[in-house]
Each structure stands twice: as C-alpha cells, then as structure tokens.
Design a protein. Structure first.
Lengths: 352, 352
C-alpha cells in the first residue's frame, strides 16, 4: 500500500497510483480526524470519494502517530488524550471513538486503536501496553459489531487487529493468541520497524506468523525496503505499507533492481538514460536521470512527482513479481536472485 | 503557451500538458543557460527531448529576466552584462550569444534579445532602448542566418523580433516599421503588461498590429487574464504566453467561465461540486472544491498540481473557443457574451 496519510499519495494523481498497479492505499484516521475532519469526509461520501480514489482503502487508526507525540499524550485504560500537532487542541481517542471515526471515513479495512510501544522497551512496559492493546482490540471489535460498520462502498468493513509485544517472544505469543481467539478478519504486526535490528524483526515475525490463521491476511505495518519486504514475505506476510517509495522519492532517491540511486548526485548530470532501463513506467519511458537531477537542482515540483511515480511502479512491480513467484512455487529462487542483484550493486550507488 | 521557464511547466507531467490541448510551450534561455546549461541541453538532444515534451517549443531570450535584475546589470551597445540570480556569477548576453544559446536549446521558435523597458519610462529612454533593441534584432537575424539555425526537430528555427517603444505611438510605429522591413517570420509585442493601464495596452496594440503583416504570427508577451486575451485577439493578436494559469494555481486560484475562485476560501470547505461544472478536465471529473481546499490547507503538493491542470484545460478551452469563433466569423458576439458572464460573477468571487 502506498501511503496517503492526508487523503493523497503525495504529489501524484490518484489515477496515476492506480495505473502503477495498486488497488489498495492507506489513509490515516488521526490525520484525517484533525484535518479536514472525519465528519466532513463522511459528508463527502467517505474517503474514497473525497479523495477521488477508485480503489480500496485501509485506514490506520493513528495509534502510531499519537504515541509518537512524546510529552503531548496521556494513556489511560479508557484511551489516550493528546494534543493536535496542528493547533495544540486537546483530543481523546478511545477504541470506540476511533471505530466511529473509521465509520465516517469508510475504508474497506479499518485498524483498531493500539499502542505502538517504543524501542527499546522494558519487558514490563511492553507487557502492560500489549495487554491494554488487546483489551482495546476487544472493545473496538464489540463497537464495530454493534454498529454493523460498513465501508463507503456498502459492504462490511473489515476490522484488523494489531499484534504487539515488542521483541519479547512470550508477549508476542500471548498477543497473537488472544487476538486470534477474538476472531478478526485480518491481523497486523505492529511495533516493528521502530529501530530494532533486522534480525530481531525477522525473528519476531516468525514467532507471530506461525500463530496466525493461514486463511486470513497478515499485514506488517510500516515496512519497508525491497529486501525487508522479501524477508517478511518469506515469513508469511501478505500486506505492507511504507512511506519509503514516496518519502524517499521527494528526496530524489529512486529504486532500481540494482539498488537505490540518489538522483541529486553530480554523476547523473549528463546521464541521459532512464532511471531504470528495465522499468515500464511512464517516467522511464520519457525522462532521463539528467532531467530529474536538473528538476531537483532547480527545486521544481516535477522532480518529486516523477521519482514518486517511478518508485510506485517499482514497488508495484516488486509485489507483482513476488506474487508470481509464490503462485509458481519458486519464491526461494526468486528471493535469492533478487537479493544478489539488489545488494551486489556498486556500494557507492546502493548506499547513497 | 503555458510557461515552462526551467524546462517544466511547474507541477504537471508534459503529457498532461499535451492532453490539456497545448501544442506549444515556452522555455527561457536565461534560466536554462544558467541551469542546467544550454550545452547540457544540447547534449541531451535539445530542450524537447531533455524535458520530455512531445510538442513544439518557443524560448524567450531572457531579456525580460535580465532587465528585471535592477542593479545587477549593465547595458552597452554590445549587449548586457549581469549577475546570475542563482550564484552571483557574471554573465554577458549579446544578440549573437543568445542566438547561440537558442541554437543549443533547439526550440521551434526563438526570440531575439531585447530590452524590455520599465514602466513608466521617459520618452528619451524608451526611444534609445527601442532603437538599440532594433539594432540587436538586426544582429540576431544576421547571426541566425549565418548559422542556418535549425530547431531540434531538424527544420528551420523561426526567429521572432520584438516590438518595443513603451506607450509612445511614435516609438511603437518606428519599432514595428523597422522590424517589418528586416523581414522576420513572426513578431512579438514586448514591454506591455508591465504596469500600464489596460486602456493604454489596448491602444498600443492597435498602433502596432495594424503595421504588422497579416500573414505572420503576432505574439503578445506575458498576457494575461481571459479578458486581456480577448481584448488582444480583437486587436489582431495570435499568440500569448502567461504564467497566470500556472502561478495562480499554486496559490489556489482556479479559473471558471464565471471568474476566478480562491479555493483556500472557507466557503469551499463543504462544497462537494467540481471546480467548474462545465469543465471537461480530469480534475473536474474526479475532484471537488472541498478536496482541493483540504489539499491546500494541508500543504499537500497535489493541491497546486490539480489546480494547475484545471487552469491549463481552462485556458486551452478558451483559446479553442476563440479559434472557433474566429473561423465562424462570430468573434464579437462570442467576446461580448464571454465578458458579460466572466465579469458579472459575484464580485466576492471574481475578486478573490
């Protein structure tokens, strides 16, 4: 899922996101509640119609954003009280109020309010926080069911739970087990990609995914690089969201099968080839690295837009290639070849 | 012509500019000489290929930009010495050096180096400046001819002269007469839309256009609002360039047949209609005023992009309607109806 926090995948038209190959994008309940207001979005007919997106939508609850506001928020059993990052106004999120916001927004998939614990995190904090997140998930599910929550399209809205527990096996096991018992239509793994080592992340994923039902989607939140995604797919993850293809694009970082490039680099000044010679995207069909570098040098809006479009096509192509490899039962060989090529690139290139 | 000063119509893909209905866009020799360098653009195969634009190109000489650098430039008979606005480096433009830059850029239409006199301007300054501009035009034409200047497409590059003379009839008459005698393939009217009254501008245009050959294009530089364009077409002008549809878009100003709207205005918060209900553009097909207002409130890049696209379609539609009215010999009735509707709009709307 490309990330459209404020109701737009930054800098690109929704139809161009579709054309890149995405059918599902992410919005954020926290951001949209504060601005323009979920009541306004409801008046517009829901987030799909408000933003002109002709596909499916998932909204994150905003737990991650609220809990990133260190010093500005207070957690109780009831919920979390916090100050808006926009105007300092006070707000209160509870599992039920977030479910109500998500009914207003009308995504196809809604996420429960969770606490995303920081990293590193002492075991007792992680335990208390995880258990509260589980109790919140139960309350959210009850509220969701009581209101027959529907997506803007008229079908049932799917409410996904979020497994927490930091990097502790006993806590992750407890969290996954209890949430599975509650019976959600899908499960996310939260609290990763927050600073832990890649090895720890892979281990946590293995503990969790083996406990999740095979027939329900598993979603790893906030991940990641192409290699991170391969790592997680090999451990049974189905869905991802990440700002990397779009946020990094705005900083001139373009993805290719041979690693990423920073197109601000002087060596691209007279490089009249496409960003990626194998890429089928409209940017690679029409534009050169030299032109993109010029746009960034001249601080032209089109630079971020072009690299965003290219990166979206790159990530969509990666996910399509992974799906093909899975359906043809050749993921291990695919992943090995992909990693070798991506990581063998000139380090001066991949590390930029 | 939409304006693509630095090799991009700001914030929109070149193919989307084409789709709006434009076949000719403007680049700027001054800006492109400084960054990325016209030699680099030549290496890329010219400005069309460098920027991925699949239509025709005109480059302004940059005279207007150079002469706007008050205090940073010195004019002699030879040319003009000035400091770059980017890094303060010293540069020297002569009619011949600008012609050479424009050979590197390879537009289909190149403009001569001129001095765009300020407004207001004493008669003797305007006279000396206009006469030097005429001598420069003669030198540019000689250089252009001596080098068999071709556009990047391989055909002959058209060099347009620029009529100057401020708001003085004797000077405009002298300028137009001498430039016509030199025999250019097209003529621009410069030094207008620099602060004079609309009535003065219309009068100047009448003096000039009656002296220009009917079979050659007349181009009014830097104009303007929809009404300014109608005024000038009625006085025999064929071509225009203006930053209004794009620059104003980045400030949330959208054009409609009933005047322009500032979409930041609070009254659009819950306006779920399109920017312009009659507009065939992809923005009006998909997005609402409320959504565009939200994008500007949230400082999202897509806001400027959507309004730019809409305004380009609006201006392209205006020019197409003018061409139809002309070819059907009903311009006066068209212009009257257009003005009545555009200017009768709620003043709280048109003046925003």
């Amino acid at each position: 899922m490309p990330v459209g926090t404020q109701g737009t995948v930054k800098g690109v038209l929704p139809d161009d996101v579709r054309a890149a190959g995405f059918n599902l994008i992410l919005g954020n309940a926290y951001h949209l509640h504060l601005r323009p207001g979920d009541d306004l979005v409801a008046q517009a007919g829901g987030l799909h119609r408000f933003s002109g997106w002709q596909g499916a939508m998932l909204t994150d609850s905003g737990g991650f954003q609220v809990f990133s506001l260190a010093g500005l928020r207070k957690i109780t059993e009831e919920g979390v009280r916090f100050q808006s990052h926009i105007d300092g106004s006070m707000h209160h999120f509870t599992p039920e109020s977030v479910a109500a916001i998500e009914r207003n927004l009308g995504p196809d998939i809604a996420m429960v309010l969770d606490e995303c614990a920081p990293y590193p995190c002492p075991h007792d904090y992680a335990r208390d926080s995880m258990r509260r997140t589980t109790r919140w998930a139960e309350r959210a599910l009850a509220d969701h069911t009581a209101h027959d929550s529907v997506a803007a399209g008229g079908w049932e809205q799917a409410l996904f739970a979020i497994v927490q527990g930091s990097v502790y096996r006993d806590l992750r096991t407890e969290s996954a087990g209890e949430l599975v018992d509650l019976g959600f239509p899908g499960y996310a793994v939260g609290g990763l990609a927050v600073g832990e080592e890649a090895g720890q992340r892979r281990e946590c994923l293995e503990w969790v995914t083996e406990l999740l039902p095979l027939e329900k989607p598993r979603y790893l939140m906030g991940v990641g690089t192409p290699i991170d995604i391969l790592d997680a797919v090999e451990r049974g993850v189905d869905m991802f969201d990440c700002v990397m293809p779009t946020r990094n694009a705005r900083n001139a970082q373009a993805y290719t099968p041979e690693g990423s490039l920073n197109l601000r680099n002087a060596r691209f000044r007279t490089d009249f080839g496409p960003i990626d010679g194998e890429c089928p995207c409209p940017v690679c069909a029409r534009h050169t690295r030299a032109y993109v570098r010029h746009l960034f040098s001249a601080k032209e809006m089109l630079g971020p837009t072009l690299v965003t479009l290219h990166n979206l096509w790159f990530y969509a192509g990666l996910m399509q290639a992974i799906r093909s490899a899975l359906s043809e039962d050749r993921l291990p060989a695919f992943a090995r070849a992909y990693r070798n090529r991506y990581e063998a690139a000139d380090p001066g290139c991949a590390d930029e």
